[in-house]
Design a protein around this ligand. Sequence first.
Ligand SMILES: C[S@@+](CC[C@H](N)C(=O)[O-])C[C@H]1O[C@@H](n2cnc3c(N)ncnc32)[C@H](O)[C@@H]1O
Length: 181
Amino acid sequence: MTTFGYEQSLGYDRRATRLLTGLYRRIATDIDTRSAHSATVIDLGTGPGKLLSYLATRRPDLRLHGIDLSPHMIDIARRNLAEYPVELAVADVADLPHPDASVDTAVSSLSMHEWPDLPSAVTELHRVLRPGGAAALYDFRFTRTREIRRALDAVFGAVETETIRLPWHPVAVITCYRATA
Ligand SMILES: C[S@@+](CC[C@H](N)C(=O)[O-])C[C@H]1O[C@@H](n2cnc3c(N)ncnc32)[C@H](O)[C@@H]1O
């Protein structure tokens, strides 16, 4: 399985800072409005942890966790999040180090299309969600859409989708998949 190497992770961190601020803000607002006080939120495939930094600033009460398959991404996330009490770990989304039913919200941005075994990953994220917990999964609108939808439907039953346009792009390129455990 390929993963983000050192140089690639540094490059992504720089590009994400420039290009994806609008998306991170949008997702942080979404999670903010839907999260109870002190809720546990996990960011799956957190990369350099940008989304978590927006969430930590906006909602210091949340218990924030981030995992990523790439140790280089997690090193960068640790640097970017040094001032915040965020729990970070190198882990595969299909084998999370979290107990059953321990998470209120699972979020992910632009990572799902890279998960090699979507059914196993979705089963695992469902395992860590408490009953009634929410998944809000953002990814490119035209990448593995049917496969993602099928994997989510099989585990969660009902899945809602929302199409999102980023401020700098004329075409809506992001889909948010929402499901409740
Ligand atoms: C395009 S980056 C997105 C990073 C971040 N979520 C963002 O929006 O900036 C995709 C990330 O997903 C991670 N990833 C890919 N497959 C994964 C897996 N099976 N488990 C955990 N993380 C994974 C990659 O290492 C990478 O950091």
